[in-house]
Design a binder for this molecule. Structure first.
Ligand SMILES: Cc1cc2nc3c(=O)[nH]c(=O)nc-3n(C[C@H](O)[C@H](O)[C@H](O)COP(=O)(O)OP(=O)(O)OC[C@H]3O[C@@H](n4cnc5c(N)ncnc54)[C@H](O)[C@@H]3O)c2cc1C
Length: 474
């Protein structure tokens, strides 16, 4: 909801800035053509569309560049780093759609010429004089950058076209494309715009977006939050490396800022392999410290892809690693107005989506809350629904059961065993009541089904406040 709202507000700001320029032009009679003749409406429409879509495309892309910097302060207004990525993707996609409209407007000149002729075509807008030489360069560069942008967005949206790893490498050319589009816009934006809010806004966005692009190209994204860590211990939780999760205990240096239960980190063990996101599956302080005082934290990793399937062979105690973070706001804290009853918390985990809840459960163990006056202070009662493929072979299930049994305040636990045909449906949560604080981590399909369930409850006057952790960043 927040992502949609911010996207719509940004589109409105860009449109309003452009409309102010249009209004100023009408006031000056510019729409009547440079020589006072009446401008043919089709040509005028083409020019307006060309400028509006250009403003939209560059404005959206500039914000996309900023969001790619993954700054922790962005998490608060958006509700977590997964939402920052979602907005980044929405803006990038709409920038590409605006660029397609821009291209259509540009190409429409041949068609308008055939139907109406060139009479009434407005004179070319004057550009910044010191950039006039670059006009044909700017046009060609803009066109090539547009084709490349379309290709990149298509590869992002149609995942089957390209696996994640090559896509990630390819995505790194984005700052270069952005630079080309900035040059295109700088040269071709009408000179009159630079004396108006739309020009000031575009100028500021070009400067800020270019700074972000350079930051990305220099490989500095996240560098200030990277910590040289070490693998302290590795253990396969089971006997089947292709299916069972791997538990990795990591030792963090003294200046590690700490994390909140439910947050995630980017982890890099090999320089050639990109950083992979994993949730910290332990509560702050729950794993203790090494003999030399370094903080320990736990990762629980399922072999879900090429790289994670090899980790049981690649990792060993003492190995150097890099951890970046922590990020995320999947922390079980929901805003409640003073005096209002705190609704029942229901947690839904599926598969490896249990990791943030492992951290939450550890934070509810007696003795793990040093600042609380009594165990469980400040925490609401909760019930965990855990969906597993096969309860009989699930290596994490006994741990989940123990943690729930010891939790304070007490936790309810329902296991949905797919091997027994026990698939979780939204109706299975109805007995918790019409007012729920619902926290979900698992596959997209499960989150979508619960979202629909929440809508159905809302239609009947209830309220399920749904919080989802999107376990995907493409
Ligand atoms: C916020 C978050 C928290 C996560 N927490 C856990 C966890 O606690 N335990 C766990 O087992 N898994 C977790 N994952 C999933 C885990 O990151 C992927 O399973 C892992 O990166 C797959 O890598 P691969 O090379 O083996 O798989 P691949 O076959 O290369 O990729 C499979 C899928 O994993 C995702 N992926 C791969 N590499 C990356 C990357 N570098 N950055 C982002 N996504 C990537 C892509 O969506 C890709 O389509 C989490 C993911 C996110 C986004």
């Amino acid at each position: 909801m927040r992502v949609r709202g911010i996207w719509a507000a940004w589109a409105a700001v860009l449109t309003a800035a452009w409309m102010l320029a249009l209004w100023a032009e009408q006031g000056q009679g510019l729409v009547a053509g440079a020589n006072g003749e009446s401008v043919q409406w089709a040509w005028l429409l083409r020019r307006d569309l060309l400028l509006l879509t250009g403003v939209w495309s560059l404005g959206m892309l500039s914000l996309t560049m900023w969001l790619a910097l993954r700054q922790p302060w962005m998490e608060r207004p958006l509700g977590g780093m997964d939402q920052v990525y979602r907005l980044h993707k929405w803006l990038g996609t709409t920038a590409a759609v605006a660029a397609v409209m821009h291209w259509i407007a540009k190409e429409s000149s041949a068609w308008i010429k055939t139907v109406w002729g060139t009479a009434g075509r407005p004179a070319r807008d004057a550009m910044l004089p010191w950039l006039a030489e670059g006009r044909s360069w700017a046009k060609d560069l803009g066109e090539w950058a547009f084709y490349a942008l379309l290709l990149l967005v298509a590869l992002t949206l149609w995942r089957r076209l390209l696996p994640y790893k090559p896509w990630r490498w390819l995505h790194r050319v984005m700052p270069v494309l952005y630079g080309a589009l900035v040059f295109h816009s700088l040269v071709l934006l009408p000179q009159a715009y630079w004396q108006q809010p739309v020009g000031w806004l575009m100028g500021a966005l070009m400067v800020l977006g270019s700074a972000a692009a350079l930051w990305a190209l220099a490989g500095r994204i996240g560098r200030a939050r990277r910590y040289a860590a070490q693998v302290h211990a590795v253990q396969l939780l089971g006997t089947r490396p292709a299916q069972d999760p791997l538990e990795v205990l990591c030792a963090l240096p003294a200046h590690w800022p700490g994390h909140r239960a439910g947050q995630f980190v980017f982890v890099r063990w090999d320089a050639w392999e990109g950083a992979h996101p994993f949730t910290v599956a332990s509560a702050p302080g729950a794993c203790g410290q090494t003999a030399d005082g370094r903080t320990l934290l736990r990762l629980v990793i399922k072999p879900l892809g090429d790289y994670t399937a090899q980790l049981h062979r690649r990792l060993h105690a003492g190995q150097a690693m890099q951890i970046e973070g922590p990020y995320g706001r999947f922390d079980g804290r929901a805003p409640h107005a003073d005096g209002q009853a705190v609704p029942v918390q229901v947690w839904v985990a599926a598969g490896v989506g249990i990791t943030p809840f492992l951290a939450w459960l550890e934070a509810r163990q007696p003795g793990s809350m040093p600042h609380a006056e009594a165990p469980g202070d400040g925490l609401s009662a909760a019930h965990l629904h855990y969906c597993t493929r096969d309860a009989a072979t699930d290596r994490l299930l006994p741990r989940v059961q123990n943690l729930c049994a010891e939790a304070c305040p007490p936790m309810g636990l329902t296991v949905h065993d797919a091997a027994q045909g026990q698939w979780l449906r939204p109706q299975d949560l109805e007995h918790h009541g019409p007012e729920l604080d619902l926290w979900v981590c698992g596959p997209q399909s499960l989150g979508d089904a619960l979202q629909q369930g929440a809508q159905a409850v809302r239609a009947q006057g209830g309220r399920w406040r749904l919080h989802r952790e999107a376990f995907g960043m493409r």
